[in-house]
Structure formats: structure tokens, C-alpha cells
Write a protein that binds this ligand. Structure first.
Ligand code: SAM
Ligand code: DTB
Ligand code: SF4
Length: 368
């Protein structure tokens, strides 16, 4: 076994728009969940193979760039200042430290570096620092992702202009169950941030958490909301709740792993061309469940022994799992990505220029 994950050409089919829908009804989604497991996985495999190399897995590494003391009250989160979880809070990391960690992740085989901050939303002085982090990490040749809480249109544009490829902001659960989990920001706030990210020309990473005591219908409704986003998020992280002592959800009942795999399969069918990430919770999952999740269409993971504040399988264990399953890391398709990104940025820029023009016309008109 080698020391790092090495990407090899994966022969990935170009994702097509054929069969992409945004109008799945709850009844249709619940009917997918109700299929016999083998039929559901067969269908998910067919969709997966029509859009991707079924043995290629995108590999991202996470770093918490600002930890703890968050003003939000997300009941699952060890970083919320509302709960006592024994976490050492930290200020925003120095840029050099972030670059050092990004280089290490790249050497270990990651193609994307995701930086997370425990903020409700970034403050002005923080934004200029994280923009520099983006520039420096991108200069290493890594894809960049950030999750910094809510962003308005201006903040999203500035992150995009700094070169940020992906912005992660999760819907977390269904609109109906949401109020049981978070009271300090609304579902509509989350959708507004996702719209700002999209408008700015960045790729969207959005998913949720399962195993928070939600009903089966909530899992279906979460996936319905994600599939309603147009276009679909390029990246859909499906997290299994990591139960952290001190959080209100520390004793919630475990979700059956088969139900979790079903949700991955349904996400794959609803969002055929998106990367579905088998996200948090892998450390607590056995290899068979992870293998089933890959079979159900998961094609992305977090790699490296830490998520933001909790553990993730050791890189050596993941390399052994990839070897055992014959999986390989997906190679970053730089040219394709950069072309797409450039086109999206140009559209966003043109839209902003036209909005600015309208704004100044309106202003002039009122002065006359
Ligand atoms: N503070 C920012 C925000 O929430 O918008 C970004 C960081 S936050 C930790 C990113 C995501 O991590 C959350 O939206 C949630 O989906 C996930 N997450 C947090 N704690 C988790 C846990 N204990 N188990 C699984 N996922 C978790
Ligand atoms: C996502 O959906 N999961 C990641 C990432 N996006 C930022 C975070 C998981 C956090 C798990 C708990 C922790 O380590 O603090
Ligand atoms: Fe704060 Fe994000 Fe944790 Fe919510 S999920 S408490 S916003 S760090």
C-alpha cells in the first residue's frame, strides 16, 4: 500500500443534463425509499454508472480555521457556544498554518481543501483574511471550499473573485423538522445564502445530517429540497450525526445503517450528476456500511484523521479500504473545471454589472 492516495485517470463520463429533474414529489421520493433494498441499489447503480466512473471517489480534506464559541444554537454541533462540550475555542488560524495544512493534505492525496469557521456569518475583517487563504491554497493547485455560515451577495461575490471554487452551506434537515434543531437562523436564510453563492458563480455544496431523531418523511423532504435547487448542488454531503457529549442530541437513538444507505441511494437517483459525499460519521461506521454506501452511489469522502473537531478514519485505514474495494481517487479535471468556472464567473459578473447599471439609473432618475 502506498503512503498517499494517487489519482489515476478515471474515464469519467461527462455529466449530462438528461434525466435531471427538480420537481420530485414527496410521494415519489417516499416510494423510492420503500423499494426493496436490492431494487433501490440496482436503480441507484444504473444512475451512478450513467454519469460517473463507479470506482472513482472524490477526496476532500477538512480544516477548522476558527473553532468553537459559535453564537448559533444548532443542536448537533459541538462548536455552538450554547452547549458545554469541553472544546477548546480558537481564534482564526494564521494564513501560513492553513497553507501548511493544505500542502500536507495535498501530499496525502486530497484534491480539495475545505476550510470551516464556527461563525454565524463572516465579519468584514475576517473576510479579507479568508480571501487571502483562498488565493494561497488555490495557488498550490488544490480546489478550494469554505463554510463560514451565512453570506450575502457581496460577500459571495468577493469569495468567488478570490477564486473560491465551492461554498458549503447545508440545509441540514427537512423544513418541518428544522425548528427542532436550530432556532437562531431560518430555513429561508439558508436558501438565501445558497442563492447568493450560486449567483456569484461558485459551485454549491449542500446536504444535511441524518440520525437526529427525524422521521423517515423528513429524510425524504430534505432530499426533495436539495433536488429542488436549480441547478442541483454539485456536491451533496450526507452526514451521519456524530453524537458529541454535551450537545442536546448526544443521546438520540441511532439511525439504522441500512436507512442511511437508502438515503444515499435516493440522493444519487434524485441528483444524478452531483457528487454525493459519504460525509461525517464514517469513524463510527463499519467497512460494510461504507462499502454499501459506495455501491448506493456515494462518490466523495472526507479524508484525513479529523473532520472539523471530531475524528475521521485514519488515512491509512481509508487507503486500505480503497485497496480492498478497488476504488481510486477521482482525478481533478482541471481544464474542464476552470472553463466552467470562468464561464460562471463571467455570467455572474455581467449580471452584477447590469444590476449596478440599473441601480445607478434608478438613482439618477430620483435626482432629476
Ligand atoms: N458555521 C458554519 C455553518 O454552520 O454554516 C460552518 C460550519 S458547520 C460545522 C458545517 C456543517 O457541519 C453543519 O451545517 C452540519 O451539517 C455539519 N455538522 C456539524 N456538527 C455535526 C455533527 N455533530 N455531526 C454531523 N454533522 C455535523
Ligand atoms: C459537511 O456537510 N460536513 C462537514 C463539512 N460539511 C463542513 C463537517 C462535519 C462536522 C462534524 C462535526 C465536527 O467535526 O465538528
Ligand atoms: Fe455554528 Fe455552524 Fe456549529 Fe451551527 S453548525 S453551531 S452555525 S459552527
Amino acid at each position: 500500500m502506498s503512503d498517499a492516495l494517487h489519482a489515476i485517470p478515471n474515464g469519467q463520463a461527462t455529466p449530462t443534463q438528461a434525466g435531471i429533474r427538480h420537481d420530485w414529489s414527496l410521494a415519489e421520493i417516499e416510494a423510492l425509499f420503500a423499494l426493496p433494498f436490492n431494487d433501490l441499489l440496482f436503480r441507484a447503480q444504473q444512475v451512478h454508472r450513467a454519469h460517473f466512473d463507479a470506482n472513482a471517489v472524490q477526496v476532500s480534506t477538512l480544516l477548522s480555521i476558527k473553532t468553537g464559541a459559535c453564537p448559533e444554537d444548532c443542536k448537533y454541533c459541538p462548536q455552538s457556544g450554547h452547549y458545554t462540550t469541553g472544546l477548546d475555542k480558537e481564534k482564526l488560524l494564521e494564513i501560513e498554518k492553513v497553507v501548511e495544512q493544505a500542502r500536507a493534505a495535498q501530499e496525502a492525496g486530497a484534491s480539495r481543501f475545505c476550510m470551516g469557521a464556527a461563525w454565524r456569518s463572516p465579519r468584514e475583517k475576517d473576510l479579507t483574511v479568508v480571501m487571502e487563504m483562498v488565493r494561497r491554497v488555490k495557488a498550490l493547485g488544490l480546489e478550494t471550499c469554505m463554510t463560514l455560515g451565512m453570506v450575502d451577495a457581496n460577500q459571495a461575490s468577493r469569495l468567488a473573485e478570490a477564486g473560491l471554487d465551492y461554498y458549503n452551506h447545508n440545509l441540514d434537515t427537512s423544513p418541518e423538522y428544522y425548528g427542532e434543531i436550530i432556532t437562531t437562523r431560518t430555513y429561508a436564510d439558508r436558501l438565501a445564502t445558497l442563492a447568493n453563492v450560486r449567483e456569484a458563480g461558485m459551485k454549491v455544496c449542500s446536504g444535511g445530517i441524518l440520525g437526529m431523531g427525524e422521521a423517515p418523511r423528513d429524510r425524504a423532504a430534505l432530499l426533495q429540497q436539495l433536488a429542488r435547487l436549480e441547478p442541483h448542488p454539485e456536491s451533496v454531503p450526507i452526514n451521519m450525526l456524530v453524537k458529541v457529549p454535551g450537545t442536546p442530541l448526544e443521546n438520540v437513538e441511532d439511525l439504522d445503517p441500512i436507512e442511511f444507505v437508502r438515503a444515499i441511494a435516493v440522493a444519487r437517483i434524485l441528483m444524478p450528476a452531483s457528487h454525493v459525499r459519504l460525509s461525517a460519521g464514517r469513524e463510527q461506521m463499519d467497512e460494510s456500511t461504507q462499502a454499501l454506501a459506495f455501491l448506493a452511489g456515494a462518490n466523495s469522502i472526507f479524508y484525513g484523521d479529523k473532520l472539523l473537531t471530531t475524528g475521521n478514519p485514519q488515512a491509512t485505514r481509508d487507503r486500505a479500504l480503497f485497496d480492498k474495494l478497488g476504488l481510486h481517487p477521482e482525478r481533478r479535471d482541471t481544464c474542464h473545471d476552470d472553463d466552467q468556472r470562468q464561464a460562471a464567473l463571467e455570467v455572474a459578473l455581467a449580471r452584477r454589472t447590469s444590476q449596478d447599471r440599473h441601480a445607478s439609473l434608478a438613482y439618477d432618475a430620483t435626482r432629476v
